[in-house]
Design a protein around this ligand. Structure first.
Ligand code: ZN
Length: 113
């Protein structure tokens, strides 16, 4: 389950921000996760609660926002929405596509106290 290590990274970032920005408690974390990142939302919630325990994010609410997957076709040059990394071009059928969005994960916003 790689969600656990992803959450460790997220909580580490939050702890770093808490140090530099001087807050001591986070109440809500908005996390953007790409549709192609292969992350299970439920596992993410479960892992986050476990990893956040004893940190500034202890007891905070995790809000997950999806970033749709987008790709560019190198043959017909269309920008297309993709649901999976291995989709082929819906316009001309070419494979593989160049993924341009949807693999990333980032903290969008923190609500702090
Ligand atoms: Zn194409």
């Amino acid at each position: 389950m790689h969600e656990m290590s992803l959450c460790e990274g997220v909580v580490q970032l939050i702890e770093d921000q808490a140090k530099t920005q001087g807050f001591t408690k986070v109440s809500t974390v908005w996390l953007e996760i790409g549709a192609l990142a292969g992350v299970e939302t439920e596992a993410m919630h479960f892992s986050f609660t476990a990893v956040a325990r004893g940190t500034v994010a202890d007891g905070s609410k995790l809000e997950i926002m999806d970033i749709p997957g987008r790709a560019r076709c190198p043959v017909c040059a269309h920008d297309v929405q993709v649901a999976a990394r291995y989709d082929d071009c819906p316009v001309c059928g070419h494979y593989p596509l160049e993924i341009i969005a949807g693999e990333e994960m980032r903290i969008k916003e923190l609500e702090v106290q």
